[in-house]
Design a binder for this molecule. Structure first.
Ligand code: NAP
Ligand code: ZN
Ligand code: ZN
Length: 357
């Protein structure tokens, strides 16, 4: 039997979430597979939830990472849409069943047997390992093309953070010039939601847990207004003004004060995934006919459209690029809300065996 591609990454072994070097094998590339050398990989808060087993679904050892940008090193004989040397991205999933209702409707991100890029189970029953590693083997239909000209480290977070906010904005019409969008939580997802909102021509208000990010939100990121969610006067003054809200908060938080910000028939979309349930009193949505939805990542088509849009408008994440030997410190800092606004690992520039590059 053919040997799989030897791979080297960093894995968490238990709920401490501590990462250290880990050798493993990638699957043997098939005719319709693309083999990718990983260049950069973002650190999403989902990686933190997973390695610390916040959601109770950890499959240790876990090589995290699903905000991947890399270069194609080889393609199978059945691949005509990519070739060696292409710059490509891989997001939260790398396969789906292709036959279920969601797959047939073009939102394969909701496929019940979605193969996640990391901490998932592939068709052969093996646990998947993500982009905190040197190489990946991915089916050609789940590889995204990175437009020329986008800086690659800043593009990597778009593969999850970007599409996760872009997809519901497009799906729910929260991409129309002149509409008022609220973005709750100014982290990895939130700051790219602000950038997309502004590029769509919207009025964007950031709703944050403290005053600390006010200047950057209104300055560099171009938001139009900034509210501190714990300040009842500020929240009251903005009540009933927003067409839509994207809630990216990673921890438990009250959503009734957020729903109060919506206009009648306004749409709130929850993308943040705290382990603690959100509380929803029925009257918070009955009065004003408010609408509440969730959304998970985005389809391959949305991801490609999002990256093409980002390429056209020069949108990338604001990143702090680090080497792999800094990853444990980066995760500690992410947990303390101490990053502006996304850590990205320079995987190709790191010494993955451990120690300095
Ligand atoms: P992040 O960079 O850590 O940002 C989360 C932001 O939430 C923080 O910057 C902070 O913003 C706010 N926040 C944190 N703790 C809070 C608290 N106790 N109360 C109120 N606000 C708080 O995380 P991320 O990578 O953007 O991910 C955000 C969430 O989305 C995570 O739960 C992640 O798992 C989830 N996610 C979901 C999907 C999906 O497909 N649905 C995809 C990716 C990520 P302020 O400082 O502005 O308050
Ligand atoms: Zn993510
Ligand atoms: Zn499916």
């Amino acid at each position: 039997m053919a040997e799989g591609l030897p791979a080297l990454g960093w894995a968490a072994r238990d709920a401490s979430g501590h990462l250290s070097p880990y050798s493993f094998s990638r699957s043997v590339p098939k005719d319709d597979d693309v083999t990718i050398k990983v260049l950069f990989c973002g650190i999403c808060h989902t990686d933190l939830h997973i390695i610390k087993n916040d959601w109770g679904n950890a499959l240790y050892p876990i090589v995290p990472g699903h905000e991947i940008v890399g270069v194609v090193t080889s393609v199978g004989s059945g691949v005509s849409n990519f070739k060696a040397g292409d710059t490509v991205g891989v997001g939260y999933f790398l396969d789906s069943c292709r036959t279920c209702y969601s797959c047939s409707k073009g939102y394969e991100n909701f496929c019940p047997t979605l193969t996640l890029t990391s901490n998932g189970v592939d068709g052969g029953g093996a646990t998947t390992q993500g982009g905190f590693s040197d190489a990946l083997v991915v089916n050609k239909d789940y590889v995204i093309r990175v437009p020329d000209g986008l800086p690659l480290a800043g593009a990597a977070p778009l593969l999850c953070a970007g599409v996760t906010v872009y997809s519901p904005m497009v799906e729910y019409g929260l991409n129309a010039p002149g509409k008022h969008l609220g973005v709750v939580g100014l982290g990895g997802l939130g700051h790219v939601a602000v950038k997309f909102g502004k590029a769509f021509g919207m009025t964007v208000t950031v709703i944050s847990s403290s005053d600390r990010k006010r200047d950057e939100a209104l300055g560099r990121l171009g938001a139009d207004a900034f509210l501190v969610s714990s300040d009842p006067d500020q929240m009251k003054a903005a009540a009933g003004t927003m067409d839509g809200i994207i809630d990216t908060v990673s921890a438990g938080h009250p959503i009734v004060p957020l729903l109060d910000l919506l206009k009648p028939m306004g749409q709130m979309v929850v993308v943040g995934a705290p382990s603690k349930p959100l509380e929803l009193p029925a009257f918070a949505i009955i009065g004003g006919g408010k609408r509440l939805a969730g959304s998970g990542t985005g389809s391959v088509a949305h991801c490609q459209a999002m990256l093409d849009f980002a390429g056209k408008h020069g949108i990338t994440a604001d990143v702090e690029v680090v080497k792999m030997d800094y990853v444990n410190t980066a995760i500690e800092r992410l947990e303390k809300n101490d990053v502006r606004y996304r850590f990205v690992i320079d995987v190709a520039g790191s010494h993955l065996q451990g120690g300095a590059a």
